[in-house]
Design a protein around this ligand. Structure first.
Ligand SMILES: [Zn+2]
Length: 185
């Protein structure tokens, strides 16, 4: 807590400050507000902050969508999702000991957390940065649950899109067929 020149009073658990003859919360104290904004920016720029932003977006999507039938309600909570991501990193680090483990499950290339800046403000992690970290449902016909959550880059996530397991089987079947056709010629 940084010291301020203002008088302090407690109302329950909330600390109030006397600013220009008015009792306000920390947000009403210019110096504290500035400090808080700085801390927020630092957090948002840390890896934890960036991963949390992706996690939060999954839960927000559910909350904001009006037609809930079309939204995948996660069967894990935020803590479990965080652990799944940490386990993925540990797993990939074991698979590629020279890496930092922050690797896409599909293409096995390092993911990024690039925030596209606009002016001075901190902008949301841009989904347009194709190398950025994202969370995918392996089987898109199932929700976010243990065993169906994969950490990958945005490009792989988008590439996979809404294709189903049945689609992949079809693609592989047709690939074989195409090969045979080409061999016959
Ligand atoms: Zn990838």
């Amino acid at each position: 807590m940084i010291k301020t020149k203002y008088k302090i009073q407690y109302k329950g658990n909330t600390r109030r400050y006397l600013v220009n003859d008015r009792w306000v919360t920390a947000r009403g104290v210019p110096e504290l507000r500035e400090k808080q904004d700085q801390t927020d920016t630092q957090y948002l720029n840390s890896e934890r902050g960036k991963i949390m932003e992706v996690i939060n977006s999954i839960f927000l999507r559910y909350k904001h969508k009006k037609d809930r039938h079309k939204v995948w309600y996660p069967e894990v909570d935020k803590k479990e999702l965080w652990l799944i991501i940490m386990n993925h990193i540990a797993y990939m680090k074991q698979k590629f000991p020279k890496s930092k483990g922050r690797l896409c499950f599909f293409c096995e290339k390092p993911w990024t957390y690039i925030r596209r800046k606009k002016g001075n403000g901190v902008r949301k992690l841009g989904s347009v940065v194709t190398t950025n970290f994202s969370i995918d449902r392996f089987d898109c016909e199932q929700t976010y649950k243990k065993g169906n959550i994969v950490c990958c880059c945005f490009a792989c996530n988008a590439r996979k899109g809404s294709s189903t397991k049945a689609d992949w089987r079809t693609f592989i079947k047709r690939e074989k067929e195409l090969k045979k056709i080409n061999e016959m010629e």
